[in-house]
Design a protein around this ligand. Sequence first.
Ligand SMILES: [Zn+2]
Length: 276
Amino acid sequence: MKIIFILSAAHSGSTLIESILDSHSKIFGVGEISHLKKDNICSCGKRITECSLWAEIVSQKEFGSLLVQRSLINFILGRKKFHLIEGNKLKVIVNSTKLINFNFYLYNKVLEKSKATHLVDTSKSIDRLTFLAQCKKIEPIIIHLVRDGRGVAWSHIRKYKKSPLKTMQSWFLFNLMVESLKKKYKYLYINYENFTVNPEATIRKILKLISLKYEEGMLMFNDFVHHQAEGNRMRFLNDNRIRKSEAWKIRLPLKYKRLFSIFFGWMNYYYLKLKQ
Ligand SMILES: [Zn+2]
């Protein structure tokens, strides 16, 4: 089972790339499936319990939280000690096999129903990937999507009206963690800004990695119905435009630009120059 995990810091354009990939006849985007709940609204606009794709799948089994996480120290030491996030609480996973099997069941049902050969998971969780990769039947494929960290920081200020320092730190740490994984799995680096300049070339590269052919019309992703079970509000916008989003250049306060450059500028430069 081939699962494309789009790994990116929040606000990096993963929903947009997923929607384009989901417009391919052999690819199905499940969205941020780690947040799957029965009262979610699907991208098609219906509650998932009423959606033509999800209703039957979610009605067959009872399930709780699917959010797995492990501490940074366990990540660094490579320990497979995962916890489950339920509400605001961390719980020990009593039966890992059962939880892995339930995720496998979900993926499998979606593949059956959609007739796709590849799924895209935008949960953006390195821990989820590592947890599920314990199942030998799951073949993870990593799309490492990186957007300019200053753009990510500005997106965070605009949406949450809070200091972006934590976002900058998370952006750095997340990318560092993906770097430590990339040799273990099939991997492709995508630069968000380059993608916006020539989206078709980027999508062709992703398709080449998974041995699928480009299909005309994929970039008009809003002409297709999508069934992402969870994700950001961009899923509901009826807009095919692919924007570079450079508002941060003018609007991100100078003090944050400077702080970012001092601490993380080197990593931003590295990804800007990295061949994709
Ligand atoms: Zn739906």
